[in-house]
Design a protein around this ligand. Structure first.
Ligand SMILES: Cc1cc2nc3c(=O)[nH]c(=O)nc-3n(C[C@H](O)[C@H](O)[C@H](O)COP(=O)(O)OP(=O)(O)OC[C@H]3O[C@@H](n4cnc5c(N)ncnc54)[C@H](O)[C@@H]3O)c2cc1C
Length: 533
């Protein structure tokens, strides 16, 4: 059996960061376990996103329980399963969230998580030319870029948004989030910047860091009330490793609560019913699941040459591939939704509450993931950013390979339904603004006949999917339903922290990769502080 100072479980957005920072001191030994493989060719090309979203080689491919808000559909819950985790398969949009998100976490009692507290970690993690030094980092490991809105389609969208009172914001990760902008992206020189690429590749040779891929953590190991290590499976065998100092669980929002429950940490009745001995009663494990439930409005474009459908179909794709190979601007280097707007669904709000994201194409399901439709068009998703509806993730068996049950309960909070309908109307308002007339736009979905909230929501229930941002299932807090404290230590168990998107008490206003990486940075700093006493 091997012994290390620290064991990090899961090499995703947060886990890769934790392993990077903890192994910076050559005297400290770190084991990083990752269930998936080291890499996959599609991780290199940004457009490979479309090839990984349904690819079992790199994706856990979970799906959620059918529910009323999905009209009984079992919607997909993709999660990265390789070094870099979901940062290696995601849409690459870089969005921190609003200052208010983190101030809310602090106000909920989580000392050290206000915007002023987390801003230094957001700056430390990135290297970007965007924005103001007061807000942005210049020499961190993660490269973040900002494509200029040179494309005529995006210039028209900016004009259309202005006609609806939505101004252009040069840095939505800066002083204020409000407005429309090209998406900042974890893409540089035409390549995806995952945490595997930015945080692990530069340190692969550290002798004190052992990275073990295709290693599935199956249960935590305890010495009394202290987490002392992990039991894991590798091809052809079972292993155990011991942690002299701490185990940091970074399995993500679906897998972190799963591993806690498999290890006897959770609601006692649930564990007992599955024959799992209760190690510590924590009824909040797996609760508080939140995600962005996002209808995709669809628009046909009559004017030729503006969309990906026109510019990348058939032989034209070969030209784009060549440009990519030569490190020239190419449609293959595109972030999944290159333009986004953060807007207020009504007057009087202190901050935007709706996100719109534009994808310059229409797609349809294909055998190897989404494929381009023959019809030229645009997709615009629109959703509330801070949903109140909550669901859960729970194991249904003691077998670690059995996918857990994921239930979202979307739209169960009436405010979410109300803002979703408003969000669709805002998308419609921008898409029908005078500037868009040039594109000869017609509404495909929800369809202009759906004018009432009830009709819009009826369509949402039959068509929406998430934007893949599950959070909250190992919620940070000090109350009986919290799973970790504000230093991310699991309540009631020594030597064990959770550091990933599962600790978020609420959803951040936007995409979740940047905040997950920030959580990794902050967790590592707290581990090192506590070790120094
Ligand atoms: C398809 C998709 C598109 C997205 N698009 C965007 C976007 O454009 N912008 C954005 O900001 N966010 C996006 N996100 C969300 C964002 O990527 C995630 O919120 C973020 O990566 C979560 O980080 P994490 O560290 O919590 O978990 P992950 O990055 O998912 O890492 C968890 C890691 O732990 C490993 N693991 C889990 N269980 C075990 C186990 N038992 N043993 C060993 N290893 C284990 C997993 O394989 C994985 O590598 C997207 C996500 C997906 C899936």
């Amino acid at each position: 059996m091997q012994s290390y100072d620290y064991i990090v479980i899961g090499a995703g957005s947060a886990g890769a960061v934790v392993a990077h920072r903890l192994s910076a001191d050559p005297r400290t030994t770190v084991l990083l376990l990752e269930a998936g493989p080291a890499d996959h060719p599609w991780t290199r090309v940004p457009i490979g996103f479309a090839r990984m979203i349904t690819n079992p080689a790199v994706n856990w491919l979970y799906s959620a329980e059918p529910e009323a808000a999905t009209n009984g559909r079992a919607i997909p819950v993709p999660r990265g399963r390789l070094l870099g985790g979901s940062s290696a398969i995601n849409g690459m949009a870089f969005v921190r969230g609003q200052a208010q998100d983190f101030d809310t976490w602090a106000q909920m009692g989580n000392r050290g998580w206000s915007y002023a507290d987390v801003l230094p970690f957001f700056k430390r993690m990135e290297s970007t030319a965007v924005g103001d030094d007061a807000f942005r980092g210049r020499d961190g490991p993660l490269r973040v870029t900002d494509p200029p809105p040179r494309d005529p389609l995006f210039a028209l969208l900016i004009e259309a948004a202005a006609q609806r009172g939505i101004a252009h914001n040069p840095d939505y990760n800066g002083a204020t989030q409000d407005g429309i902008a090209m998406s900042q992206a974890t893409i540089a020189a035409g390549r995806r910047m995952s945490t595997a690429r930015c945080y692990l590749d530069p340190i692969r040779r550290r002798p004190n860091l052992h990275i073990e891929t295709r290693a599935l953590a199956e249960a935590l190991v305890f010495d009394g009330g202290r987490c002392a290590g992990v039991r894991y499976a590798v091809p052809g065998g079972a292993r155990e490793a011991r942690a002299g100092r701490e185990v940091v669980l970074c399995g993500g929002t679906i897998n972190s609560p799963q591993l806690l429950e498999l290890s006897g940490i959770g609601a006692p009745e649930r564990l007992a019913a599955l024959g799992i001995a209760v190690r510590h009663a924590l009824p909040g494990v797996g609760e508080n699941l939140r995600d962005h439930y996002a209808p995709r409005t669809r628009w046909a474009i009559g004017a030729p040459g503006y969309t990906f459908n026109d510019r990348a179909r058939g032989a034209r794709m070969i030209g784009q591939a060549l440009r990519h190979a030569l490190f020239r601007p190419s449609l293959l280097n595109m972030v999944a939704a290159p333009m986004r707007a953060f807007v207020r669904s009504r007057e009087g709000l202190a901050a935007p509450d709706v996100l719109l994201g534009w994808v310059p194409m229409l797609t349809e399901p294909g055998p190897r993931g989404p494929r381009l439709s023959r019809q030229s068009g645009l997709t615009c998703y629109a959703h509330p950013m801070r949903p109140e509806s909550k669901g859960h993730v729970h194991i249904v068996a003691s077998d670690p390979r059995r996918p857990p049950e994921i239930r979202f309960n979307f739209l169960s909070a009436p405010i979410d339904a109300e803002i979703t309908a408003r969000a669709v109307r805002i998308a419609r308002a921008v898409m029908t603004a005078p500037a868009m007339a040039k594109l000869l736009v017609t509404e495909i979905a929800p369809g202009p006949e759906r004018t009432t909230d009830a009709a819009i929501l009826d369509w949402v229930r039959g068509a929406a999917e998430t934007t893949y941002h599950p959070v909250g299932t190992c919620r940070m807090g000090g109350d009986p339903m919290a799973v970790v404290d504000a230093r991310l230590r699991v309540h009631g168990i020594a030597g064990l922290r959770v550091a990933d998107a599962s600790i978020m008490p609420t959803l951040t206003s936007g995409n979740t990769n940047a905040p997950a990486i920030m959580i990794g940075e902050k967790a590592a700093a707290m581990v090192l502080e506590d070790a120094a006493g």
